[in-house]
Design a binder for this molecule. Structure first.
Ligand SMILES: *[C@@H]1O[C@H](CO)[C@@H](O)[C@H](O)[C@H]1NC(C)=O
Ligand SMILES: *[C@@H]1O[C@H](CO)[C@@H](O)[C@H](O)[C@H]1NC(C)=O
Ligand SMILES: *[C@@H]1O[C@H](CO)[C@@H](O)[C@H](O)[C@H]1NC(C)=O
Length: 379
């Protein structure tokens, strides 16, 4: 939080400068002193903001002070992200969202009218620690241009979680010896689920496309009521995407899992599927594609009927240029994985520059000086 004893114009100024520094670190510019990367951690605690303000001095201080690593001030980061990504304050019960000429409306009484906050956890799951250079958990210099696409995807998830005040976890899971690493999903979600109301998992190449839309709105829109254990998007209509009973598979790249007894039972059944105690034949999916996704589609889902909510492919799968599945709310870039980084970068820069440009226009009269005559005056 910004100290409340500051005059309002100063607080606005601090916010604006933190925004400008965020783009230097988060967008494409290779402005990379370590101090700049710590601006957001630091700015609320700087003595400069608790003492009588000398504006020019305090702004310079932002980049010079050593980072305060004693705690992380996510409230401040949330304010900044809200400022950048959600200028129109899209609410949990906004009647509709319009994208590319299509209106997506809430129907009936909204289920969620209050923020769920830390009852929601956005989770990334991987067997790799992502601590190498150019990866998200690397402690050294951060250069947006160099980070790998999956790290960019994880940064996007953390951004979304922080923007809306949700919890975020990266589960660094143990390796399997006998099956594809993607099999870690059911147990990792089950590990977190007792601590939350909703655990929302995204593959590292999946991301929220409309960052400003809170998950509560999506829960309202998709009507994720108490009798839903898991929600997943359908895959595109293609021969490879059908199960043995010719039913279209759901994609495990985006899952909303709700904490209830059925969900825990379902996750256990899914995790144990290749053991074949409950589902003879399931071991077939230990290694070949689509691994745990095929196991869920071919076996597990047939035991949980209405507890599973299938989301439209167009709304929660694919990407804008894909056609049938444009990923309106949640994109999944399996088609061109690099795009998870490209789109997030584009969206973040667009949102930030939208704010900056908006202010330039607002202050037009102050900013623009019309020079009627192009002469150098004497004196
Ligand atoms: C504010 O700080 C700047 C830079 O340190 C200094 O040049 C200036 O004199 C200070 N102004 C006041 C009013 O203290
Ligand atoms: C799993 O294996 C990968 C290499 O295949 C390794 O990078 C990673 O550290 C391992 N994860 C754990 C948790 O041991
Ligand atoms: C709308 O269409 C444009 C151009 O195809 C695309 O960049 C954008 O992401 C689309 N928006 C949504 C929400 O799908």
């Amino acid at each position: 939080m910004l100290p409340s004893n500051l005059p309002a114009p100063v607080r606005v100024l601090v916010l604006i400068f933190s925004v400008v520094f965020l783009v230097f670190t988060a967008a494409y510019l290779a402005y990379q002193t370590p101090a700049a990367a710590c601006v957001l951690e630091h700015y609320s605690d700087s003595p400069a903001y608790n003492s009588p303000i000398n504006k020019s001095e305090s702004i310079i201080d932002i980049t010079l002070h050593k980072p305060d690593t004693s705690h992380s001030d996510t409230t401040s980061l949330q304010q900044v992200l809200q400022f950048i990504f959600n200028p129109k304050k899209f609410s949990l019960t906004e009647p509709s969202y319009i994208a590319n000429g299509t209106e997506y409306k809430l129907h009936g009484t909204p289920l969620y009218t209050k923020p769920l906050g830390k009852d929601i956890c956005i989770v990334d799951i991987d067997t790799r620690p992502y601590t190498n250079a150019h990866q998200v958990m690397h402690a050294g210099d951060f250069v947006w241009n160099d980070i790998d696409r999956y790290s960019a995807g994880m940064l996007s998830h953390y951004t979304y979680a922080t923007l809306h005040g949700y919890d975020y976890k990266f589960i660094n899971a143990a390796n399997y010896t006998d099956r594809s690493p993607t099999w870690i999903k059911p147990s990792a979600i089950a590990h977190l689920l007792p601590s939350y109301k909703f655990v929302v998992f995204l593959d590292a190449d999946a991301a929220f496309n409309a960052m400003h839309i809170p998950l509560e709105w999506l829960l309202n829109y998709w009507h994720i009521s108490a009798d839903v254990a898991i929600a997943m998007a359908l895959d595109p209509n293609a021969p490879t995407n059908y199960d043995r009973l010719h039913r279209l598979l759901t994609n495990t790249g985006f899952m909303i899992v709700q904490h209830n007894a059925v969900a825990m039972d379902m996750l256990r059944a899914w995790d144990e599927c290749p053991g074949e105690t409950r589902y003879p034949g399931c071991a077939e999916w230990k290694q070949p594609r689509f691994h745990e996704q095929s196991a869920f589609g071919n076996y597990v889902r047939y035991d949980y009927g209405e507890w599973i909510r299938e989301l439209p492919c167009d709304e929660a799968n694919g990407e804008p240029e894909f056609g049938e599945c444009r990923g309106v709310f949640v994109s999944h870039f399996w088609w061109r994985t690099d795009n998870v980084k490209r789109y997030f970068g584009m969206n973040a820069l667009q949102a930030l520059m939208g704010r900056v440009q908006g202010e330039m226009v607002e202050r037009r009269e102050e900013v623009v000086e019309v020079q009627a005559e192009n002469v150098v005056a004497n004196g």
